[in-house]
Write a protein that binds this ligand. Structure first.
Ligand code: N01
Length: 551
């Protein structure tokens, strides 16, 4: 196809998850022509693909929602404290209907190529079905956890049973009733799916390499009183959420009282460090105050992120809890995380996770003692046994943050290939742009605080920043914006410096690319918190887009 045949548009957006849907709406509101391209057959992104049993959000649903429309806030009612995947998908489908965004989205289509063409200052974008677009702005709303990562065991293709990855679950129902099922992986997806699969399967075998720590979610139905109180106070709730480190206000039980609590000006961060409490006090405090209240205690005690004494105290409690809850000491030992610190990896919240291992139909294979050698026709072979399965579920994570972007052949100014530029790790200025790729924006990706935050809040902040920026360009008669190299270098360094004192920068997790063989080990997100990040983005605009070249 020739360039002359390309459809000309103002903006091309890749992805129709929470970010892509809002971008599509926002650009249209601004009078721009927009074409969004989405690989799935409907909107939803993460919530379209991750349909595995037990999938739900671990940010309170009343906050994991758009704030841009007051009417939308009033008309939508969440059923549970942590919404299950089908309900979140229904919500985003409702948003797509309500704002009529589907007409600008090309579904079942992937962007495979995007080249910046200096002559004409446009992005030439090609899809997998050969369509060509010429866009002034190219926006990657591709998600951070959207490229499933499969392990590379020998003979995987030989297995004749059902085979699933949690991040690419079929849209048709999967029934595990009466079946022998294997789950490989015990991060967030494994921890959510294992208790639900165990209820259906005849036999569930969990292959554990290392576990994340998890605490009870305390999920519950939301009462009409609570919902009304939230709706009545939404503007203040949203405003205050943006003032918190992770963009989440409701870390305590969702009672009507807590709406009042969270809106009061009581500082949420504890005056004492967790490490200053004795072992017994930590135990008591966790049991009395924090169990079942989500991950609020991590925000209340920032020393959990960096202090060895604190970490030891906390892990003493958490490990004891595992020994108490899991009857079989062998299983308990396999469930104790091997990473040296609680905060090395993303903490998880669960429903009945440890208790599930007391069921007669649930077994553990600790692959540290009994490594997987290969798959075979009927199942999985370890160095000690052959295990036959009807279905194998890989909850083995994602090529995070850069995976989806690097899958596209993106070429910027002077033929620079993005994948090559990012060979030693992603480089962005504020997570928004990267030097030599003019008019290409990224939403909530590497260099932004998104993955440590309420993702929807982080997305809204980015979409609104980008949309205001493009409006500014239009008003000023400018056509090109690009991140300056020195500001990008400074920001990349800043992201690394902020993370350096924290355990998470040293742990082996997807935050540093440690889960993908050959991926450079770099701490990819910004962990300085939403308020600092918002202040920096606002300051950049106030000072005339410092760090960007605008022409
Ligand atoms: O993936 P993970 P995930 N043999 O990378 C194991 C978000 N999320 O999909 O770590 C055996 O965390 C691996 O073991 P190890 C959330 O941000 C949110 O669970 O390599 N095991 C690990 O246990 C989360 O952090 C929600 O030792 C193997 C697991 O697979 C992110 O998505 C829900 C293996 C992968 O864990 C990713 O979570 C779900 C092998 N060869 C996800 N290879 C919410 O609630 C890998 N593993 C919002």
């Amino acid at each position: 196809m020739k360039r002359v045949d390309a459809k000309k548009i103002d903006v091309l957006v890749v992805g129709a998850g929470f970010a892509g849907v809002y971008l599509t709406h926002q650009f249209r509101e601004n009078g721009l022509s927009v074409q969004t391209v989405e690989a799935g057959q409907d909107v939803g992104g993460t919530w379209y693909w991750n349909r595995y049993p037990g999938a739900r959000c671990d940010v309170p649903s009343v906050e994991y929602s758009y704030s841009f429309s007051k009417d939308l806030e009033k008309e939508w009612t969440w059923s549970e404290k942590y919404a299950p995947q089908p309900e979140i998908l229904k919500y985003i489908q409702h948003v797509a209907d309500r704002f009529d965004v589907r007409k600008d989205i090309l579904f079942n289509t992937r962007v495979v190529k995007a080249h910046y063409v200096e002559k004409g200052n446009i992005w030439l974008v090609q899809t997998d079905d050969g369509k060509l677009f010429e866009a002034n702005y190219f926006i990657l709303a591709t998600g951070n956890l959207s490229v499933p990562r499969l392990p590379s065991f020998k003979n995987m293709a030989d297995f004749k049973g059902e085979f699933y990855h949690t991040g690419g679950w079929p849209t048709t129902p999967v029934d595990f009733k009466g079946k022998r099922v294997a789950v490989i992986g015990t991060g967030s997806s494994g921890i959510q799916s294992i208790p639900v699969i165990a209820e259906d399967a005849a036999q569930l075998t969990v292959f554990i390499k290392d576990s994340n720590y998890t605490l009870p979610a305390g999920n519950q139905a939301l009462t009409p009183d609570f919902t009304q109180a939230v709706k009545d106070n939404y503007p203040r709730i949203r405003r205050k959420a943006r003032e918190t480190w992770g963009g989440i206000l409701f870390n305590t039980n969702p009672t009507v009282e807590s709406v009042t609590d969270v809106l009061s000006d009581i500082p949420r961060q504890s005056e004492r460090t967790l490490g200053s409490y004795s072992k017994e006090e930590v135990h008591q405090m966790m049991e009395d105050k924090y169990l079942g209240t989500g991950l609020g205690f991590v925000t209340n005690f920032p020393d959990i992120q960096y202090d060895e004494t604190t970490d030891l105290r906390l892990r003493e409690y958490l490990n004891e809890r595992i020994w108490t809850l899991v009857d079989d000491p062998k299983k308990a030992a396999a469930l104790i995380p091997k990473s040296p610190h609680y905060a090395d990896r993303r903490p998880v919240i669960d429903t009945n996770y440890y208790q599930t291992f007391n069921r007669d139909n649930v077994e553990i294979v600790d692959v540290n003692n009994e490594p997987i050698i290969e798959f075979y026709e009927q199942g999985i072979r370890t160095n000690a046994n052959d295990y036959a399965f009807d279905a194998i579920v890989c909850a083995t994570g994602f090529d995070a943050m850069t995976g989806a972007i690097n899958k596209i052949d993106i070429v910027g100014r002077e033929g620079q290939v993005l994948k090559e530029k990012w060979m030693t790790g992603p480089r962005t200025y504020l997570g928004l742009m990267t030097n030599n790729f003019p008019n290409m924006f990224m939403i909530a990706g590497a260099g932004s605080p998104s993955v440590f935050c309420n993702m929807v809040l982080a997305i809204e902040q980015h979409v609104e920043w980008v949309s205001a920026c493009i409006n500014y360009m239009k008003e000023k008669g400018k056509t090109t914006i690009e991140a300056k190299l020195e500001d990008e270098d400074e920001w990349v360094q800043h992201c690394i410096e902020v993370a350096k004192p924290l355990f998470v920068s040293r742990g082996d997790s997807w935050y540093v690319g440690a889960n993908v063989p050959g991926k450079p080990r770099v701490f990819m997100p910004y962990i300085g918190g939403m308020p600092n990040y918002i202040a920096k983005c606002d300051e950049v605009v106030k000072n005339g887009y410092t760090g960007f070249t605008i022409q």
